[in-house]
Design a protein around this ligand. Structure first.
Ligand SMILES: Nc1ncnc2c1ncn2[C@@H]1O[C@H](COP(=O)(O)OP(=O)(O)O)[C@@H](O)[C@H]1O
Ligand SMILES: [Mg+2]
Length: 237
């Protein structure tokens, strides 16, 4: 590996305005952000400041009003909806505050789903799903359904699901928001390990100071701008 790691995600001048009727709400004014391959980045901000909005834009789930977004060398804002959906499935993993697992499927089936949707061969996906669930400590919960698992276990299944396609970027929106302190500590430790092992970048929106400080870099979203604590990777121009 070289001295400087490759940039895997680069956002420039991201602006987002929501229009409802005659009202305009400028949630993001100008967000600049660079994330290196394998980097762990936390973004903190009070409720309502725009963390989820930014995460959805970085994840190509929503389009910015203005600005550029380059992920794994692709200018994603230019892609049409179908190409974008394929790109997202291939390169980006998501973990949300609520696990959003499908209740009628097992842990293993839930973890396998994004890869099956992408048309990967079921046997290989199954082996990968088992390995991932083992690596998040759920080797004995493969056939449990979400209703038969704890909140922390469900969230770990959600992490396995986010990783099944081996995405280069994983975006997490308050992943431990619903977990007790010990469980969330465990989840964060696991995220650090997985990121190191697979050289995957994680961008984690959180208001958990302890989690945020255990990441490689920490930024604050305020007034529609992102300010990094070490002054790097964007913030106020
Ligand atoms: N689709 C939308 N339409 C209009 N306003 C929205 C929409 N999504 C979010 N907002 C507003 O944008 C602001 C930021 O929301 P959000 O990104 O969810 O904040 P956070 O995740 O930091 O709590 C809030 O004031 C919210 O009401
Ligand atoms: Mg939010």
């Amino acid at each position: 590996m070289g001295l400087k790691r490759d940039t895997i995600l680069e956002a420039r001048g991201i602006r987002k305005v929501f229009r409802t009727g005659s009202e305009e709400l400028e949630v993001l004014r100008q967000v600049d952000l660079e994330v290196a391959q394998g980097e762990l980045l936390a973004i903190m901000g009070v409720s309502g400041v725009g963390k989820s909005t930014l995460l959805h834009i970085l994840g190509t789930l929503d389009r910015p009003t203005a600005g550029q977004l380059r992920i794994a060398g692709t200018e994603v804002v230019r892609l049409g909806d179908d190409d974008l959906a394929r790109f997202r499935n291939r390169h980006i993993g998501f973990v949300f505050q609520f696990h959003h697992l499908l209740p009628e499927f097992s842990a293993l089936e839930n973890a396998m789903l994004p890869a099956l949707v992408a048309g990967q061969p079921a046997e290989a996906v199954r082996a990968e799903g088992v390995a991932l669930l083992e690596s998040v400590g759920l080797g004995k919960r493969l056939h449990h359904r979400p209703g038969e698992m704890s909140g922390g276990e469900c969230q770990r299944v959600a992490v396995a699901r986010a990783l099944i396609r081996k995405p280069l970027v994983v975006l997490a929106d308050e992943p431990s928001g619903n977990l007790d302190a010990a469980t969330s500590q465990h989840l964060h430790e696991m995220i650090r390990q997985l990121s190191r092992e697979h050289q995957q970048a994680f961008v984690i929106m959180t208001h958990d100071r302890v989690l945020a400080e255990s990441m490689d870099r920490l930024g604050h979203l305020e007034w529609g701008m992102l300010r990094m604590e070490d002054g790097s990777g964007g913030g106020a121009p």
